[in-house]
Design a binder for this molecule. Structure first.
Ligand code: SF4
Ligand code: SF4
Length: 283
């Protein structure tokens, strides 16, 4: 089973939910947690342990200027604007390149070969015998998150139970993360801004035909706005995490409430069993 954890904006507690859910599940079965928030991966802070690193590369064109006759066919072919040829001189913009190999195919001089360029790494940790953390990490200055997300997800593709922690928002990396998930947990806060972002994130899950449920984080007990919306659109509210000094003090030092505060492991296990029940009802 693959469960994605998403939120319409950053700072709602998405990583908190992912990490605590993984921690609670790991007490009963093997679980793999994949940090797909590759621009700012932070799940490793909850699980300090040794890691191994594996480079992620994309193929980019390399031009042999000795063979090139300056015809410009490669630049005209590249519909992404990654490669241009002006007066026989090439300009290449790696952040726009989709590694399609088309420029190499159309080059009449066979002057273009594709060569790997590192855009990030996948970091693997095993903080306990039943918990594996796989983090995608995009190199600084790089913009191509999807290859790093894909590479991180591929490392967990044979595992039975996987949790994907998505990047915030509703952009391309979120779609990449949600792709192939069975269920989406939408984390939100009980504010008008929280509701707006929840609506956007819920729209993405719906577009993808993915069952979803909501976790309200930092609740002050006045959740009417979110509850009303969820009722209207048929989204189950699966869990409410209160705004609480004890929880905040544990989290502020990178702690896990499922590990350190009595009863929260059971609550996160219930979150999981509720998801299983919803998925069984969908079959
Ligand atoms: S590999 Fe594709 S996207 Fe990249 S420069 Fe060549 S034609 Fe453009
Ligand atoms: S298509 Fe080949 S020969 Fe023509 S400009 Fe590009 S690299 Fe040079």
């Amino acid at each position: 089973m693959r469960i994605a954890v998403a939120s319409g904006k950053g700072g709602t507690g998405k990583s908190t939910v992912s990490a605590n859910l993984a921690q609670a599940l790991s007490e009963t079965q093997p679980v793999v947690l994949v940090d797909c928030d590759v621009e700012e991966p932070n799940l490793h802070l909850f699980f300090p342990s040794q890691n191994t690193q594996h480079p992620v590369t994309v193929d980019n064109p390399v031009i042999d200027t000795g063979l090139c006759n300056g015809c410009g066919d490669c630049g005209r072919f590249c519909r992404y604007g990654a490669l241009t040829v002006i007066k026989g001189k090439h300009s290449f913009f790696p952040e726009l390149c989709h590694s399609c190999n088309g420029c190499a195919v159309v080059c009449p001089q066979k002057a273009i070969t594709m060569a790997p360029r590192e855009v990030g790494v996948v970091r693997i940790q095993e903080p306990s015998p039943t918990l594996t953390l796989i983090s995608g990490v995009l190199n600084e200055g790089e913009v191509q998150a999807p290859p790093v997300i894909n590479s991180a997800k591929r490392r967990a593709e044979k595992e039975a139970l996987v949790i994907y922690d998505s990047s915030p928002g509703i952009a391309c990396p979120v779609i990449e993360t949600l792709e192939g998930s069975d269920f989406c947990i939408l984390v939100t806060e009980s504010t008008p801004f929280g509701l707006h972002d929840l609506e956007l994130a819920a729209g993405v899950a719906e577009e993808m035909g993915m069952p979803a449920g909501v976790v309200i984080n930092r609740s002050d007990g006045k959740d009417g706005l979110i509850n009303e919306y969820c009722k209207q659109v048929g989204l189950p509210v699966l869990m409410t995490i209160p705004f609480d000094r004890h929880i905040a003090s544990v989290q502020n030092v990178g702690g896990l409430m499922a590990l350190e505060i009595s009863g929260w492991d059971v609550k996160f296990l219930k979150l999981f069993t509720d998801i299983v029940t919803i998925l069984e009802a969908c079959e």
